[in-house]
Design a protein. Structure first.
Length: 509
């Protein structure tokens, strides 16, 4: 039997040959999709809690038409709903020209989910619409939770980040088969995905694997080894296993996110040890271990570590409002909750007083959202732009201010709203529900603007507005009438200008 033709055209099945084997995808409206492509071996058995190993080659033609299973994870995407398959380390590709020689720019996207969730198969990450803009789009599954980030003796740190590097290495060797140019690769992500992108800007292991980076709503949470070790020990106690790699390896993978969830839900009595991560319970984050992640992204960029990488970074205006809805505090924030948030999160010993002086007309709920959003996403994203500029690199900054009309309205420009606007997946998935179904014309128009800017950045490093510098602070304001203006959150910027986003410490007893 003769070998199938490589490439293909609408009406015939697209086929590509990779270093791992031959893949057969499927066409959909002029875009060839390849799903569930393994980039590394399943991290189970002898490879459990280890660095990712090379993908196992296959013979014949492997169908690539079904999503790979998500890794065990927390929350609504938790292990109880997960597949019993263990081939978690897969990626998905969308391309209009699945053949060598097309030399299309490449966008590799890492899903968000607080480092405890993440599924590249979610409908909001469908890359078809972006691919029609002339780029190859890739979404990646990687280990999350304790499997990916638990800090364990006997296991490499930041295995989730190492998975992402392994995906980039596989793509560097194989993306040409899908019509991509490995020398024009951009990494991107939102929320924890944006935090992963920021981390890779500081990781020597990732150097040379991408040319540009898009970091949306970058969280400021990176753990010190001491804090990460203490949190992991609490998860081990919840499981009843020793707090090392051998101990955790005795537990079923599905039980690890359950233990992390239990620890996350009972953090109040640990506030004196774990500090701010108990306020917005955050049991998992990348660890500044000195090896895989040598330092924080802000410190690395400010010293020029990514000066050769074009960076697009930004955040939404009302980052925390969606979390208030999920927590049940939206519209019900008490003065005591506001004071606690200000005391735990505002920068400096007089932070609470300064916030109240800076925003004298703000209600308690507005102050609560401001300090939460500033601490978790807005100021870390701004400081990343400032650090890149200080280090001699080019950076473009944006803020999304268009208010979400979905879910009854009232969420403003909340966290996650940018994802369906960038991907063009309006009305699809959980973030897509924020846009409304059917999406209003304003959303469709803004999505076109953002897709055009993001694909231009992936292709050329220029999204269509002036680069950011600490003096002018020019920022793209994304609304019904997009504009360029000085950074609009000036009062918050001044409150945080002397703050350093360092590794979160384990506090003295």
């Amino acid at each position: 039997m003769s070998e199938p033709a490589v490439g293909g055209h609408p009406g015939g099945e697209p086929v590509v040959r990779t270093t791992s084997g031959t893949l057969r995808g499927e066409w959909d409206n002029g875009v060839a999709g390849f799903r569930g492509v393994p980039y590394a071996a399943p991290p189970t058995g002898a490879l459990r809690l280890a660095a990712p190993a090379r993908a196992r080659p296959w013979d014949g033609i492997r169908p690539a038409v079904e999503w790979g299973p998500p890794p065990p994870q927390s929350g609504p995407l938790g292990a109880s709903d997960a597949s019993d398959r263990d081939d978690w380390l897969t990626l998905n590709v969308w391309t209009t020209e699945p053949a060598p020689g097309a030399d299309l720019p490449v966008l590799v996207w890492f899903p968000g989910g607080g480092y405890v969730m993440g599924d590249a198969a979610l409908p909001e990450y469908d890359g078809s619409e972006l691919a029609l803009g002339g780029i190859v789009v890739v979404t990646v599954n990687h280990r999350v939770g304790i499997e990916g980030f638990g800090h364990l003796d006997g296991a490499p740190a930041n295995r989730g980040l190492l998975d992402q590097v392994a995906a980039l290495e596989w793509l560097h060797d194989n993306v040409m088969a899908f019509g991509g140019d490995p020398d024009r690769t951009t990494i991107g992500g939102q929320s924890a995905g944006g935090g992963s992108v920021a981390a890779m800007l500081a990781m020597p292991r990732a150097a040379g694997l991408f040319r540009r980076a898009i970091a949306q709503s970058v969280p400021g949470t990176y753990f010190s080894p001491e804090l990460a070790t203490d949190i992991t020990a609490a998860c081990a106690a919840e499981l009843g296993v020793p707090s090392d790699a051998a101990g955790f390896a005795t537990a079923e993978p599905a039980l690890l996110p359950v233990a992390a969830d239990a620890v996350s839900e009972a953090t109040a009595h640990r506030r004196g040890r774990w500090g701010a991560v108990t306020h917005r319970p955050i049991p998992i984050a990348p660890v500044v271990d000195g090896d895989v992640l040598p330092t924080t992204p802000w410190r690395a960029l400010s010293t020029g570590a990514a000066r050769d990488i074009d960076l697009l970074v930004g955040h939404t205006r009302d980052e925390h409002r969606l979390f208030s809805l999920v927590d049940g505090t939206l519209g019900h924030v008490t003065p005591e909750q506001t004071e606690t948030a200000l005391r735990m999160l505002a920068p400096g010993p007089d932070g609470p007083r300064r916030y109240r002086q800076t925003f004298p007309m703000a209600t308690d709920e507005e102050l609560y959202e401001l300090v939460n959003g500033d601490w978790l996403f807005r100021m870390p994203s701004l400081h990343l732009a400032e650090a890149q500029s200080t280090g001699g690199g080019q950076v473009h900054l944006y803020e999304l201010t268009w208010p979400a009309p979905g879910l009854g309205g009232g969420l403003g420009a909340c966290h996650g709203l940018d994802v369906p606007l960038v991907f063009g997946t309006l009305g699809r998935g959980q973030p897509g529900a924020l846009v409304g179904d059917p999406p209003p014309e304003a959303a469709t128009a803004l999505s076109r603007v953002m897709r055009s800017a993001w694909t231009a950045f992936v292709a050329h490093g220029e999204p269509g507005w002036a680069s950011f510098d600490p003096e002018r602070r020019l920022t793209r304001i994304l609304d019904e009438e997009p504009a360029v203006a000085p950074y609009p959150e000036e009062r918050s910027r001044l409150l945080w200008r002397h703050h350093t986003f360092g590794p979160l410490p384990l506090l003295p007893a």
